[in-house]
Design a protein around this ligand. Structure first.
Ligand code: NAP
Length: 354
């Protein structure tokens, strides 16, 4: 990829919404390391102590500013985006189990996206918005017979089925609708990551890394027939920045390295000597095991139950050519991501050996 970023590393800040998030904090770190000025939005910027992990990043002293904005309130984004040429919009609730899917997921995801895009339209200086969508906007029921690409759209999720997936689909559609109808001065580029793992800058445990915690701490009764598409958080952060920097980037980018089944994952952990964790032992990755999981899924919280019913026995199959070819992204090897994620979960005290 040969293009110059000299013009981008200017005095104009890059706005990163939801800077306090797992993915966004890596985006902020990478932007700072490249010399960019960053204006991050958080929910409560007055509480500087809460965001010490961002203020402590290298370069933050001179180049990071945090401002308050809530997805449900347009005003915050107007001032946050003022004077910016690039906006990386990552803020969106990420949770499988919520009380009220409309209020807790869809409203903030969709209205928040609309508020950010409309603020960008009004302020006139924005050239590009990079939006963090998800593979959840591509499918909610992967099937190994269908190779997923950027052309696929999730048409099955709803408020009562994989509501988080629905929120991401509706939010991304809203962004494309606004661009299509209002033809703003900026273009929209979308990153659609699969399950994101990796070391965390933020102290809290992210929903996607929680999967590791559950597997390492004996929460799973047995090895189920589950297979995940996976990508390292550092690659996801880099993908956003490459999408911002590269003048030629356009459309959606499916962002996933590879897949791994729960069986292969547990085998890898045993081989690597992680036996001192409470790894699942019982084999449930058979047709009878699948049936048991399906039946017991109705006893799980709604979001987990939906997930199990739409993913058990299924293997995602995808084509990640576009992001590698157009953005030049080279993925961190999965084994390294796994090792570094576990070391980091231990460092934060999220997992303990038995
Ligand atoms: P995260 O750590 O939970 O980050 C979510 C961010 O959104 C946080 O900064 C959060 O702020 C902010 N947010 C949520 N509701 C808000 C509201 N009402 N007003 C303002 N900010 C709000 O999760 P993440 O994994 O980094 O997710 C970031 C983005 O990546 C999301 O769009 C998510 O859908 C997408 N994504 C994640 C994965 C994954 O596996 N992790 C995969 C695909 C796509 P607080 O810190 O104040 O809560």
């Amino acid at each position: 990829m040969s293009y110059s970023t000299d013009n981008l590393v200017s005095q104009k800040p890059i706005c990163v919404t939801g800077a306090s998030g797992f993915i966004a904090s890596h985006i902020v770190r990478e932007l700072l390391s490249r010399g960019y000025q960053v204006r991050g939005t958080v929910r409560n910027a007055e509480n500087q102590e809460k965001y010490a992990y961002l203020y402590n990043l290298e370069g933050a002293n001179s180049n990071l500013e945090l401002v308050s904005a809530n997805l449900l309130a347009p005003e915050g984004f107007k001032s946050a985006i003022e004077g910016c040429e690039y906006v990386i919009h990552t803020a969106s609730p990420y949770a499988l189990n919520v009380k009220d899917p409309q209020k807790d997921l869809v409203d903030p995801a969709v209205n928040g996206t609309r508020n950010v895009l409309e603020a960008a339209i009004n302020c006139q200086t924005v050239k590009r918005i990079v939006l963090t969508s998800s593979v959840a906007a591509i499918t909610d029921e992967p099937d190994e017979n269908e190779v997923l690409t950027e052309k696929n759209w999730n048409e099955k999720s709803s408020l009562t089925r994989n509501a988080y997936y629905y929120s991401k689909t509706m939010a991304e559609k809203e962004a494309w609708r606004i661009v299509e109808e209002q033809k703003p001065n900026f273009d929209l580029v979308v990153i659609n990551p699969f399950l994101v793992i990796g070391p965390s800058i933020i102290p809290g445990l992210n929903t996607s890394n929680e999967l590791f915690v559950d597997i390492l701490s004996g929460k799973y009764p047995g090895i189920m027939s589950l297979t995940w598409g996976i990508v390292d958080v550092r690659d996801v952060a880099l993908a956003h920045i490459l999408a911002m920097e590269n003048p030629e980037s356009s459309g959606r980018y499916l962002c996933a390295n590879t897949t791994i089944s729960m069986k292969k994952f547990v085998e890898f952990l045993r081989k690597e000597g992680y036996d001192n964790f409470k790894l699942p032992k019982l084999s449930m990755d058979s047709s009878i095991g699948n049936l048991i999981v399906l039946l017991s899924s109705y006893l799980q919280p709604k979001g987990v139950g939906d997930y199990l019913r739409t993913h058990i026995g299924k293997t995602p199959n995808f084509d990640n050519n576009k992001i590698r070819r157009e953005l030049g992204l080279e993925f961190i090897p999965l084994e390294d991501s796994i090792r570094e994620t576990i070391a980091d979960l231990q460092r934060w005290g999220h997992v303990k050996t038995s």
